[in-house]
Design a protein around this ligand. Structure first.
Ligand code: ATP
Ligand code: MG
Ligand code: MG
Length: 351
């Protein structure tokens, strides 16, 4: 059988490994950190840094195709890997999504609506940006932000100095605050043959900048649901994308606004494990392996709840709940804000 190489050994890499194994693939994880969650389920793990070109080349030579669970892989590492094997999704999706500015330019260039935004490299840029974008607004670092980290909310222009120092003076974008009624995401997949399948959009609730729950079905009109899926398809087609992508959207009275995209399986797609015959992890592995996409139609209503930090104390109770499916990541240490697992509660079965 063939071997799938996965860059990153976190929970996403772990669940990708499980899905790959179930389809008869072997998996090889590349992860700098010790004792990664994916290490317990993968066939093989390489523990090495992303600047270790020799280790990257050995890894590439040992696999048939390379995918990843996070978008911040250094360019030099990608060059070394791609000299030997293809990387799916491709380099263009990484280039676009590694930098919020590039991503916003790309999305608005496609004619999709995004929040008003401005590039910020100095505190004076920020002051000028506040004149056009206005307040309330959010200053976000262009690179490496996740779970709401590297963000500072601005409610009046006199907070510019404070906000810029809060984010460490890094290159950033100032984004107008979107007056949304709720947030949804589309988990979309595109095969190597160019077929597209989208999972039913989920409705997301964040707490302290971190995803807390995803509920399907989302509150969307028929027209909004169609819009959401067409927007996602446009993005994937433009990137000639192969794999699963998460597209985060704000629902407003004026329509859907794209917040951000993630070129990988996505936390807000975990509900698919109990809501569909083929979940996002299998769909991604299928695409990456050159298989046709599977049946991702939703057959149940599901609420996914993330188990973060001390939420782990509730696991003994959750384990007794009917209709609850637990997914724990095997992380040794509980830390505040750390994603330890999730639970999918199946609410009803569709007729
Ligand atoms: P993720 O873990 O999803 O990658 P992130 O750190 O990249 O998170 P964002 O998705 O940009 O952060 O923002 C986190 C949350 O903050 C959003 O889901 C939304 O609730 C809120 N938010 C972000 N940008 C805006 C905005 N322009 N207007 C209103 N709310 C926003
Ligand atoms: Mg993000
Ligand atoms: Mg986000």
């Amino acid at each position: 059988g063939s071997t799938i190489g996965i860059l990153g050994g976190g929970q996403l890499g772990r669940m990708l490994s499980v899905a790959a194994s179930r389809l008869g693939f072997t998996t090889h994880i590349y992860e700098p950190g010790a004792n990664p969650p994916a290490g317990h389920v993968a066939d093989r793990v390489t523990t090495a840094d992303y600047d270790d070109i020799a280790a990257l080349e050995r890894f590439a030579a040992s696999v048939d195709v390379i995918t990843y669970e996070f978008e911040n892989i250094p360019t030099a590492a990608l060059d070394a890997l791609e000299a030997h094997r293809s990387i799916r999704p491709g380099r263009e999706s990484l280039r676009v999504s590694q930098d919020r500015l590039t991503e916003k330019d790309f999305l608005s260039g496609l004619g999709l609506r995004v929040a008003p935004y401005n590039n910020v490299e100095t505190v004076n840029d920020l002051k000028r940006a506040l004149e056009t974008v206005g307040t309330p607004s959010i200053l976000k670092t262009r690179r490496f932000g996740y779970d709401g980290k590297g963000q500072s909310r601005i409610t009046s222009a006199d907070q510019a100095d404070q906000a810029f120092s809060d984010i460490g003076g890094a290159p950033s974008v100032l984004e107008g605050f979107v007056d949304f009624t709720h947030e949804v995401s589309v988990i979309a997949a595109r095969s190597a043959a160019g077929d597209i399948a989208c999972f039913d959009p989920g409705e997301n609730v964040h707490k302290d900048g971190i995803l807390a729950t995803t509920t399907v079905p989302a509150r969307l009109s028929h027209a909004q649901r169609t819009d959401a899926v067409l927007m996602a398809a446009k993005i994937l087609n433009e990137l000639n994308y192969v794999g699963v992508m998460g597209v985060e959207l704000f629902v407003t009275s004026q329509g859907l606004i794209v917040n951000e995209i993630a070129p990988r399986v996505h936390n807000s797609g975990h509900w698919t494990q109990q809501g569909c015959n083929v979940d996002q992890f299998e769909q991604h592995i299928r695409a990456v392996a050159g298989w046709p996409l599977g049946d991702g139609a939703r057959y149940a209503d599901v609420v996914m709840e993330n188990l973060i930090g001390d939420d782990m104390d509730r696991v003994p109770d959750i384990a007794l709940e009917p209709h609850a499916s637990l997914h724990l990541y095997g992380k040794a240490e509980v830390k505040p804000g750390r994603k330890m697992g999730h639970v999918n509660r199946v609410i009803a079965t569709k007729k």
